[in-house]
Design a protein around this ligand. Sequence first.
Ligand SMILES: *Cc1c(COP(=O)(O)O)cnc(C)c1O
Ligand code: SF4
Length: 350
Amino acid sequence: MIPAAMGGSQPADYNAGMLRTIPLTSRPSWQEQLADLLTDPLELLALVQLTPAEAGYSMQALQDFPLRVTRAYAGRMQKGNPRDPLLLQVLPLAAELHTLPGYVDDPLAENSANPVPGLLHKYQGRVLLITTQNCAIHCRYCFRRHFPYADNRPSRAGWEQSLDYILGDPSIEEVILSGGDPLAISNSHLDYLLQRLASVPHLKRIRLHTRLPLLLPDRIDQTLLTLLGELPQQVVMVIHANHAQEFDAAVDAACRKLRECGVHMLNQSVLLGGINDNAGALCELSLRLFAAGVLPYYLHMLDKVNGAAHFEVPDTQALALIGTMQTRLPGYLVPKLARELPHERHKLLL
Ligand SMILES: *Cc1c(COP(=O)(O)O)cnc(C)c1O
Ligand code: SF4
């Protein structure tokens, strides 16, 4: 989208648009932005110019899983639209209170693949490290919304246990930093962790699963770029955008900088009823990703976590959507439709 201040008739300048409209001196640091998240639903609703009733807001849903989102992301929501695809990802809704059979608190049984606190070893050659329980957003459909993060709290001592585990298993070629969001931790903590991983001889790839390039593009600062650019391993970043509207010029710039320092950029989305469950939105997302230098990777079927049933899209509809995408897009812009099942050795492709 073209920022209004640049005039609708000009082509979008993905390199400079956002920065040009806001004087540099008034921009809070990313640390300040991360400490100043939107957590009050009434403040968010005032920002998007909706009443709680118009939006379907529920205080009880809020108590189940608090609201959390960056102001940068909220700024991309349309005003006056209760069906806005970004708003629907974060606003606690009355619809979450309907429990349905088949929906549980720990749909992936992750607690059973947890050899040491904070580390999941489900798939061959890859381990997933819960670097922090923090996210800069609370996605209402998140399968970790009931995860016992308190037991998986990162600390350097906790990381040591995970590092020992990784060091002791030469079959592990790839470490996935996940969370929570691994970029929600400070550069100095990240530096420590990455340096330790960099010295593991059998490790070939380091992957980060993060939404922060979209939520807080300023997080992609020079220190982080240097840290990632200097790693001896190949670095993969999987961002998580569900809708083209999540992109703006600042997000594009963040993705471009990551690519320039050698990071392979991929995206995973969740297929979400009411948000991206139509071929137009999915095709537009793929094209928008590619414009930012990011390839679509997975389109996940929803995990059946309590509180998310209203986002469900049936398998038949999901397959039809992928079919339509294949007729409209080059093959490399069609994501893999996948479902994660507990106790499987890989994600199941539909
Ligand atoms: C998704 C996932 C991975 C990575 O799977 P890929 O198919 O390589 O993207 C690894 N471990 C866990 C626990 C996962 O959920
Ligand atoms: S960013 Fe990922 S881990 Fe964090 S709430 Fe959203 S889906 Fe869950």
